[in-house]
Design a binder for this molecule. Structure first.
Ligand code: HEM
Length: 414
């Protein structure tokens, strides 16, 4: 979509409705129209939708003017809609402002800060290498079986979850993820409530176990930190953090790995470039994050204006809700040259796929480590992913997610 074709549109002509076929056929077309003619868009969801990189960053940065806490009337409406156990999830740090947010973030300490990354990268490399050596990898197969199982294993290794419990965890997080959609379907709420209850009970029990018998894992570290300072942290803080980590890290990393293989399969020239120059792995991962951002929105539902504020001439009232479209910001021509071109050597690449400001993704290092290891395994194995059938994008809006990726890994040098 070029600006030339957009120029004749006016704000009245554009609409943000992620429930439509038109949107799902080409979300980036909708984003481009919004960015060009109605960048501060009053949407049908009673929220302002931001699509420009500059505006998205400005709002995510300014937690003194925009809060993650819904105003009382919205909170009451949520309490009437969301079952009680599910509402407890809103007590996790993702939905808190400083200083509560900072206190909770410190609970994780350096646990995601890199000490374990070499071990986790080795896990990803081994899984990819094993997969590439399978007979079915050379012919058409659905690669999502690999890309969605792997993050769960990574997070389990980080947190100290026994391997036998992985399937249950995967199931609960998948059900819980459905409530991040707009609009939330009533049918999904009860299931998500149960899933959240089960996840909380599960991690509550695991924390109790680690209290008695500490191990070399993140749960044990958080438990130790809580026990050392019980006035600062409750046992519930630790459980909620564990649930948040598994929830926030699972589908997102799955989408990143799947989107990575999809983009390599559909951009043969860029794959050739990567195979010829493996030092491009890091910038390739950043470009994958930018081009098909695994999460399309920041703040899992929105920010609210603390005071009346003007953005690009639109007047937002106190308590107005804002949705920051990361996926749109990452295609903003004001920030990125030729934003609709997938260029694995792009520099600079100031994408906001991991958000921006105080809520910047806690797992960004881990996600990058996993994706770099995956790409490196493909390059070292001298394979090239090629599509062998039609892909299927999930009909969701908060994420950019494939649920079918039929590919074959063919020898790169053939
Ligand atoms: C490609 C993978 C990932 C993407 C695209 C992603 C994206 C994001 C984004 C956009 C935010 C900001 C939300 C906001 O604006 O409020 C965020 C926050 C967060 N992410 Fe990630 N994430 C990924 C992987 C992970 C992983 C692997 C973990 C944990 C193991 C994780 C844990 C978190 C947590 C805890 C927060 C909340 C941070 C806070 O509130 O301070 N993420 N992530």
């Amino acid at each position: 979509m070029t600006h030339g074709s957009i120029a004749v549109l006016s704000a009245r002509d554009v609409r943000f409705d992620p429930r439509t076929d038109e949107f799902h056929a080409d979300p980036y077309g909708t984003y481009a129209r919004l960015r060009a003619v109605d960048p501060v868009h009053r949407s049908i969801f009673n929220a302002w939708v931001l699509t420009r990189h500059k505006d998205v960053c400005a709002v995510l940065r300014a937690h003194d003017r925009f809060t993650s806490q819904p105003p009382p009337d919205v909170r009451s409406a949520m309490e009437r809609t969301f079952p009680p156990r599910l509402m407890e999830f809103r007590d996790c740090m993702l939905f808190q402002d400083p200083p509560v947010h900072a206190r909770l973030r410190e609970l994780v300490g350096n646990g995601l800060g890199g000490r374990r990354f070499a071990e986790l990268a080795a896990l990803v490399s081994a899984a990819f290498e094993d997969h590439l050596s399978l007979p079915q990898a050379a012919v058409g197969h659905d690669a999502t079986a690999l890309t969605f199982a792997l993050p769960n294993r990574l997070l389990a290794a980080l947190l100290g979850v026994p391997a036998a419990d992985l399937p249950r965890l995967a199931q609960w997080t998948a059900v819980l993820a459905r409530v991040a959609e707009l609009p939330v379907k009533a049918a999904d709420l009860a299931a998500a409530d149960d899933a959240h209850g089960e996840l909380s009970d599960y991690f509550g029990a695991l924390c109790a176990l680690r209290r008695r018998r500490p191990a070399n894992d993140l749960i044990s570290e958080m438990v130790a930190r809580q026990e050392a300072d019980p006035d600062r942290y409750s046992a519930g803080d630790v459980t909620r953090m564990a649930v948040l980590l598994i929830f926030a890290g699972n589908g997102t990393v799955g989408n990143l790995l799947t989107n990575a293989l999809y983009l390599l399969a559909t951009n043969a020239d860029q794959t050739s470039r990567l195979l010829a120059n493996p030092s491009l792995v890091e910038s390739a991962v950043e470009e994958i994050l930018r081009f098909e951002s695994p999460l399309q929105i920041g703040a899992a539902g929105g920010y609210w204006a603390r005071t009346a504020v003007d953005i690009r001439g639109r007047r937002l009232a106190v308590g107005d809700r804002i949705i920051a479209l990361l996926g749109a910001a990452n295609r903003d021509p004001a920030q990125f040259d030729e934003p609709d071109t997938f260029d694995i050597g792009r520099r600079p690449n100031r994408h906001v796929a991991f958000g921006y400001g105080v809520h910047f993704c806690l797992g960004a290092g881990l996600a990058r480590t996993a994706a770099r290891a995956a790409l490196a395994a493909v390059v070292t194995g001298r394979r090239r992913p090629v599509l062998t059938g039609a892909v299927r994008w999930r009909r969701v809006f908060a994420a950019r997610a494939l649920d079918r990726l039929p590919i074959a890994f063919v020898p790169a040098d053939r």
